[in-house]
Design a protein around this ligand. Sequence first.
Ligand SMILES: *[C@@H]1O[C@H](CO)[C@@H](O)[C@H](O)[C@H]1NC(C)=O
Ligand SMILES: *[C@@H]1O[C@H](CO)[C@@H](O)[C@H](O)[C@H]1NC(C)=O
Ligand SMILES: *[C@@H]1O[C@H](CO)[C@@H](O)[C@H](O)[C@H]1NC(C)=O
Length: 414
Amino acid sequence: MAMIFKLFVGFFIFLQLQLGSTYIIVCYFTNWAQHRTGIGRFAAKDINPFLCTHLIYAFAEITEDYKIFIKDPKKDSSLKAFNGLKSRNSELKTLLAVGGWNFGSFRFNKMVSTQLTRAIFIQSVITFLRHYQFDGLDLDWAFPGVPGNPPENKHLYSKLIQELKTSFILEATKESKSTLLLSAAVGAGKKTIDNSYEIPKIIKYLDFIGVQTFDFHGPWDNFTGHNSPLYPRKDKRGDSMYLSVDFAIKYYRGKGVPGKKLIVGIATYGRSYNLSTSFSGVGAPITGPAPSAKYTNESGVMSNYEICDFLKGANYFWDEDQKVPYAVKDHIWLGYDNLRSIKVKVDWLKERKYGGVLVWTIDYDDLHGHCQRGSNPVLVYINQLFTASSDSQLTTSRMKIFVLVLEIMMAILY
Ligand SMILES: *[C@@H]1O[C@H](CO)[C@@H](O)[C@H](O)[C@H]1NC(C)=O
Ligand SMILES: *[C@@H]1O[C@H](CO)[C@@H](O)[C@H](O)[C@H]1NC(C)=O
Ligand SMILES: *[C@@H]1O[C@H](CO)[C@@H](O)[C@H](O)[C@H]1NC(C)=O
């Protein structure tokens, strides 16, 4: 009987461990959010450490002599608060993102070009991460293969990733520490993917890849379009068929990324446009981005806590093809995500057994409950969507194990 009891307990603990790590929720925190005013202000200390499994600090940059650094003069206190979140949630992992859209490729191009300069970068990364107590690095090069970059970048990027991971493993062994994590934030456009990544070569060294499945459309087009449609519109032809979450993720999967390493981007912001005519559907002509919203102060962008104010008195539409909402008020057109479209996306990724979500960003979510839906409503909802599934899985598995143990007991006793 004692043996059977041990067996039961053993199975049960194993099960809990398995299910505890089913999905990951990767959240970006942008260090410039601390400079916003009023309800827009969001510092590292404001992060609820229980909403994400992985937190990524954006952005570090690369110096002229190939070393990683953070420009913010107040970085020490910010990083202390950020990595200090782990004292409240010991399961939490923190990573440092290097690069970003504004940083571009210039410094990356030079750094990857020789083995020596890559080695200088990698050593500086290890020292920096350990000094500030990060658990890993997130490569945010946007993007190795954009037009104008050397075509050999595609191959050099693979080398960089391989050398990073190899050095991380060596360091961990030597210092008896756990190996630093390595992830990459990658583009979602088909051309970017084709020109930038040797996917089978990089994926074995990465703990996960976060696909930036947003910014499919924006004011750089000359018409309205949704930021992050799950599917393309049915009437789409040619290249615009590729501009959807579903296409991008399937494309990576088809190129050999294991489902569990594929992390699907979800935006907590929308893209807004100034309409130039009375036509206000998807694909309507625009004059450019809508003016900046009050707190984020960037034309053509609205954070979750600014969207709810815009929606008051706006006309709301649900795009059945793309499975996302948009709203129109006066001259302004806004494509965004709400709880409905987020649920569709999370259900979609659970059905396909992808690894989880990448949220850009935690600081665009509504920290202060300005929208009357409580604090961090999007992230709380995403957590609920994932927990709901683990609970039901757990219950089913528990039942199965219970029946199995009963059967064993019956077999032994009778
Ligand atoms: C919008 O862009 C398309 C192609 O990119 C071009 O053919 C068209 O003339 C542009 N329209 C305006 C109003 O600029
Ligand atoms: C927005 O579009 C309207 C026409 O619909 C135009 O009169 C106005 O100047 C535009 N505003 C900006 C900021 O471009
Ligand atoms: C908004 O951004 C502009 C520059 O784009 C800057 O001049 C202005 O001071 C900013 N406003 C606030 C409130 O941060």
